[in-house]
Write a protein that binds this ligand. Structure first.
Ligand code: NI
Length: 226
């Protein structure tokens, strides 16, 4: 399931994060690549152990904690500390699948990547190209979102970033180990949760709401790891 989560960051938060990371030192993006992706990738990245990456990553984690939509879609068990990348003119990241298990060197945390996430930090009108292109079950999806918006998609998907042809594209990217590792099960739970939210609004006294809410939690109990 590919989902757009709007307004994860406020405009003010985007400005503060951009000011902090734009002033930091960037390095070759291949520091986090596996063998296959290193061949496909030309971009810049903030070092994972830099103060700017750590502080801005924590601000993003705090913002994610406010988002009920993100929680429902990803059912996060742990979130990899957010990283930051930048594509200038001519930079690109060809087709690849993200590594299944990642270790965050500064903290030695190891997570299984079930869900991939990109948080856009540049307004789309400021650059051309740089489109996140994801091979989904239903075909190819091009994603280019307002600054402060997030996209989450299954980490099993083949995806790429098309070459930037004007301006610069700065984003945060990270992975989520979900309580529900299977994308199909996670998608069913998400659809059910969204339907329950609508029912609670439109028919809040209907007795079936209790039964259906119970079904949601009992499926989560069956499929999820806390
Ligand atoms: Ni990737």
């Amino acid at each position: 399931m590919l989902l757009h989560v709007p307004d994860v960051l406020t405009a003010d938060e985007v400005r503060r994060i951009r000011a902090r990371i734009d002033a930091a030192d960037w390095v070759d993006g291949n520091v986090t690549s596996g063998h296959q992706s290193a061949r496909a990738k030309t971009n810049l990245q903030l070092p994972e152990d830099s103060d700017a990456a750590r502080e801005c990553g924590e601000a993003i984690l705090a913002a994610l904690a406010r988002s009920a939509l993100f929680f429902s879609a990803a059912l996060p068990r742990q979130v990899y500390p957010p990283l930051f990348n930048r594509y200038g003119v001519g930079m690109t990241f060809g087709n690849h699948v993200d590594s299944a298990i990642r270790v965050h060197p500064p903290t030695s945390r190891r997570i299984r990547t079930d869900v991939s996430a990109t948080l856009f930090l540049t307004p789309p009108e400021d650059y051309d190209g740089g489109e996140l292109t994801i091979e989904d079950t239903y075909g190819t999806q091009g994603v280019k979102l307002p600054a402060g918006d997030l996209v989450v998609y299954p980490a099993t998907s083949v995806h790429r970033v098309t070459p930037v042809t004007r301006g610069e594209r700065t984003s945060s990217f990270f992975w989520i180990e979900s309580m529900v590792r299977d994308d199909g099960e996670r998608s069913l739970l998400f659809d059910m949760d969204m339907a329950l939210v609508r029912l609670a609004r439109d028919a809040k006294d209907h007795p079936s709401l209790v039964t259906l809410t119970g079904c949601y939690h009992n499926l989560l109990r069956r499929w999820g790891d806390a």
